[in-house]
Design a protein around this ligand. Sequence first.
Ligand code: MD3
Ligand code: FE
Length: 211
Amino acid sequence: MKESADPPPIRPVPQQIGGFVHYPGWLDAPEQAALRDDLRGVVAAAPLFAPVTPSGKAMSVRMTSAGRFGWVSDRRGYRYSETHPNGRPWPAIPARVLDIWQAVAGTDRSPDCCLINFYDDRAKMGLHQDRDEADFTQPVVSISLGDDALFRIGATTRGGPTQSLWLRSGDVLVMGGAARLRFHGIDRIARGTSLLLPNGGRLNLTLRVVT
Ligand code: MD3
Ligand code: FE
């Protein structure tokens, strides 16, 4: 017998937080599972790698990308690259991911980079700005899957006041306007808060227009 179709998702009311737009639970459980399965295909084609900072330290987050450009870091520096460290082009951004961008980004342009960050329960990302893209009027869209993460948002200058927000599986966050250049980072992951990823941890997708 055919399984019954998933009911249509109920989309959350967006929450404005410091110029960011947060959609808690934008993706329902079946959508999260479908996205996780799409990402298994991406990671099979472009394996997660542990980036090294220009100073030679290993980052605790593992990464890969989809789309024309991926983000890489090694002793030569941080940059966008059209190839994985293994020399091959990145796989395409899954259609389901592009649909989310279409629904929330509010721009006619399409993302040309989908960075995939994987956090185990010890991984974190220090406060930084995203400023390697050519056009800061284009928003960045983040999609969270798996364990909860404590996200910290600062000012547009280092050392300003910060505020914190938990990002949960299925949440979507849109950074546009002046918020596009705010410092941000991940302080910690709350182990065991989601069953989406069988071995735990968190996947974050960030969609960007690079050129
Ligand atoms: C605010 N990733 O990959 S997503 C990154 O959860 C990054 O993996 C974090 O910061 C993560 O660069 C945070 C939320 C996010 C992403 C991009 C932003 C916030 C942002 C760009 C500008 C301002
Ligand atoms: Fe960032």
